[in-house]
Ligand binder design. Structure first.
Ligand code: FEO
Ligand code: CA
Ligand code: CA
Ligand code: CA
Length: 566
């Protein structure tokens, strides 16, 4: 691998083999260190004790002092009652158990610093340290549906935030946290009778003109301002928001690209009414409150389709498309209402995609979409699709402005024999490094990984891959890190100097309750990470979703022949 651009500690490494070990594995010459995990405490400047939440997902680094000290904005996607208190039946939970769950979702804002020894640690107490949970503080709605009598289920405010999957940043220094699988909370027993908190959540296909719709939005926070009131923006619609990826041109409308993470969900873009003005933060903080939402209409068809699971591709791998405007009345339950308005067959043919997870925008404006997999299209391994706007103008909309698209990197076995190069499956989060390499983390579901007939046997545990996009190895996926048993890598994020890669480890050992695990008896758990290892039997202990910092060890030269180990 040629390190073609600016120096980075992550542009050349020796790819590692696929693994089923209960361990977080990185290439020789790198160190992976847990910074904080679920249940660990930190404090704000008043001494208020804060607890790091469950199932960390999105993370972003906001500098305080370059790449050595900053704030990490982190999502906590969903709780795991089995590991938190042992009671999985919603009706049997005590109020305290429900409160524990509610307080374990939302966001953490963590002040972190790299010490003289090179190791990252949480700075505590700190005025920046903060938690946002499923119970509070109060967030305010913005945009056309806020406090709008046509949508009485929304109102002016919501208590807290939940289902925070991935997210994004803005060029004015805020974080966008995406509320994704809000419908899953119906079964959690978070009811008014038990907790005093209204059960706000309505399911897919629900109608927010008759039911509350407090969750399922893009939520903006200012990590630098502890007094900032979170903003739930209604203009970018309400769907299973995976993440946001922006394109900002000075004095032009601001554009956000977004995926709807549901099988046959659409790809969206928001175009602001106000222009983006570099350096004018107060004005830019109003940008997401007004604008128009669009959904991608793909030609000749939207889904990548196979004749059988693991079979032959039967659909085109490139085409054109355009952005169809989403009406205000469709924003509240975006997917269901668009499908109803265009018709189910039309939606399936031209709007439905193979479950869009992360979307990222390359330096040149090309939009990359991780289509993770889709059983209704027999798509076992997913792919990464890219889209180029008409005239490279992100504000292009309507049928007269055609974008072009192509399936860039397919998941599935690569056919390559070399260790660590056998291919990726089920892409989820994406990130680019400064050299232009595309980093991909995988999210093969644990139930599939544990199936003996598993089509991902070649792949083993979920992993982190780097794909060079130029040179002789363009498009080859090189395995950089392996996750512990039944875990997914989320939130990959480089510090600006690319000397550190932060990764969140989500849901290690998540199949424990389905595989006979007994609460309080760690020997029966499927993962002991990070305190022990199921593979070696060392230190049986509950698995803990945790934040990891990966850095290069100082005294090792991992690539003596300069070919990146390839
Ligand atoms: Fe929460 Fe789309 O993954
Ligand atoms: Ca995801
Ligand atoms: Ca996923
Ligand atoms: Ca996940």
């Amino acid at each position: 691998l040629a390190n073609t651009a600016e120096p980075s500690d992550f542009s050349a490494f020796r790819a590692i083999a696929a693994s089923s070990a209960d361990a977080f594995e990185v290439p020789e010459g790198y160190a992976a260190k847990v910074i904080i995990g679920y249940g660990d405490q930190f404090a704000n400047e008043d001494g208020t004790v804060l607890t790091y939440g469950f199932n960390n997902d999105f993370l972003a680094y906001f500098p305080l002092n370059g790449s050595d000290e900053g704030l990490l904005f982190i999502n906590h996607e969903y709780p795991a009652p089995f590991f938190q208190h042992g009671v999985t039946a919603a009706a049997s939970k005590t109020a305290a158990q429900v409160a524990l769950e509610q307080e374990s979702v939302g966001n953490s804002i963590l002040h972190v610093k790299r010490g003289a020894d090179g190791a990252w640690a949480v700075v505590s107490p700190s005025r920046y340290n903060r938690r946002i949970t499923g119970a509070g503080p109060v967030h305010r709605f913005t945009g056309p549906l806020a406090d709008n009598p046509a949508y009485p289920g929304i109102g002016e405010t919501a208590a807290g935030s939940l289902a925070n999957c991935s997210g994004g940043i803005t060029p004015w220094g805020t974080a966008l946290s995406c509320e994704e699988n809000y419908q899953d909370y119906i079964g959690y027993g978070w009811t008014a009778a038990r907790t005093g908190t209204p059960d706000y959540i309505n399911g897919n296909g629900s109608d927010a003109t008759t039911q509350p719709a407090k969750y399922g939005w893009v939520v903006e926070h200012d990590p630098y301002d502890p007094s900032f009131v979170g903003r739930k923006h209604t203009a970018p619609g309400r769907f299973r928001h995976e993440n946001t990826a922006f394109r900002a041109l000075a004095n032009k409308p601001f554009v956000l690209y977004m995926g709807d993470d549901i099988a046959n969900g659409g790809v969206y873009k928001f175009v602001s009414e106000l222009p983006y003005r570099p350096g004018r933060r107060e004005e830019n903080l109003r940008i997401l409150s007004s604008g128009k939402l669009y959904i991608a209409h793909w030609d000749p068809q939207s889904r990548r389709t196979f004749d059988a699971p693991g079979g032959t591709l039967t659909s085109p791998t490139s085409g054109t498309g355009y952005w169809r405007e989403v009406a205000e009345s469709e924003l509240v339950d975006t997917n269901a209402r668009i499908a109803a308005n265009v018709g189910a067959a039309e939606f399936q043919l031209h709007y439905a995609t193979n479950r869009p997870e992360d979307v990222e925008v390359d330096e040149d404006g090309t939009v990359y979409v991780a289509l993770t997999n889709n059983s209704t299209a027999n798509d076992t391994h997913g792919s990464i699709r890219r889209l180029r706007e008409a005239a490279n103008d992100p504000t292009s909309v309507g049928q007269s402005a055609q974008f072009t698209w192509e399936d860039y990197a397919p998941g599935g076995p690569s056919g390559r024999a070399d260790e660590g190069e056998q291919g990726f499956s089920s892409p989820d989060n994406l990130v680019f490094d400064k050299a232009g390499n595309l980093w991909v983390v995988t999210d093969i579901s644990s139930s599939v990984l544990n199936n003996p007939a598993n089509p991902n046997a070649y792949h083993r545990n979920n992993a982190v891959f780097m794909l060079p996009r130029s040179g002789p190895n363009a498009g080859v996926a090189f395995r950089f890190a392996n996750m512990p048993v039944e875990a997914e890598a989320t939130g990959p994020y480089f510090t600006p100097d690319e000397q550190t890669l932060f990764i969140n480890v989500q849901h290690p050992g998540e199949e424990t309750p389905n595989k006979g695990g007994v609460y309080g008896n760690p020997q029966t758990y499927t993962s002991y990470w990070p305190k022990g290892s199921k593979t070696t039997g060392q230190n049986p202990s509950a698995p803990i979703p945790s934040l990891v910092a990966i850095t290069k060890l100082p005294d090792v030269e991992p690539d003596p022949d300069g070919d990146g180990g390839t």
